[in-house]
Design a protein around this ligand. Structure first.
Ligand code: IMP
Length: 180
């Protein structure tokens, strides 16, 4: 029961348990607490997907950081598109600062690259990224992905902030696209 959910026209099957996700988030938080003892970063959360991960993660961080949000969009349905739009821009001064990007997923890396270009242009001193999930087989960049919760195969997933056309973000477990 509840192993399969329906969102719009597609079915998704339970793939990663809430407990496994929570443990992965705690592991990322522990690492961040070790790495940012000296100079806390500005935390940049990518809307909308990373809100849920950011909320879980931030509660476990022991350093004080300014939080800012940015919204880019490249996905339509289950397909990445070439057009990257800035829907809500960066309103924080990042010049000379360390920045930690919080992402729900790193797929091809296009969003990450766009953020890195923007932050470099604005004079950020150091840019790192913490992502709840990553698809190594889809990733096309040479840029390091510093903090990864869980590596997943190149299949579409929902839950924990990840959506299919706006739905599915609320699920505590992560579900994978079900093809029968
Ligand atoms: P990238 O720019 O290709 O790395 O993709 C990053 C963005 O694509 C994420 O922030 C998500 O919004 C979206 N995305 C990529 N893969 C998935 C997925 O499996 N489920 C839901 N959204 C995804």
């Amino acid at each position: 029961m509840n192993n399969i959910i329906q969102l719009h026209d597609k079915k998704f099957v339970k793939y990663i348990s809430a407990q496994e996700i929570d443990e992965a988030i705690t592991a990322v938080a522990n690492q961040l607490n070790k790495d940012y003892t000296e100079e806390p970063p500005l935390i940049l959360v990518t809307l909308n997907g990373a809100i849920v991960f950011a909320a879980d993660l931030l509660k476990q961080l022991q350093f004080s950081s300014v939080l800012s949000c940015i919204k880019l969009s490249s996905y339509q349905g289950t397909q990445s598109t070439e057009n990257m739009k800035t829907l809500i821009g960066l309103n924080e001064d990042v010049k000379g600062k360390r920045v930690l990007i919080i992402e729900d997923i790193v797929d091809t890396g296009k969003t990450y690259q766009t953020l890195v270009d923007l932050l470099n242009e604005k004079g950020a001193k150091e840019i790192r990224i913490a992502t709840l999930t990553m698809k190594p087989d889809a990733y096309k960049l040479d840029l390091p992905v510093h903090y990864i919760g869980i590596n997943i195969p190149d299949k579409f997933v929902v839950g924990r902030g990840l959506d299919y056309d706006g739905l599915g973000r609320n699920f505590n477990d992560i579900y994978q696209l079900y093809t029968d």
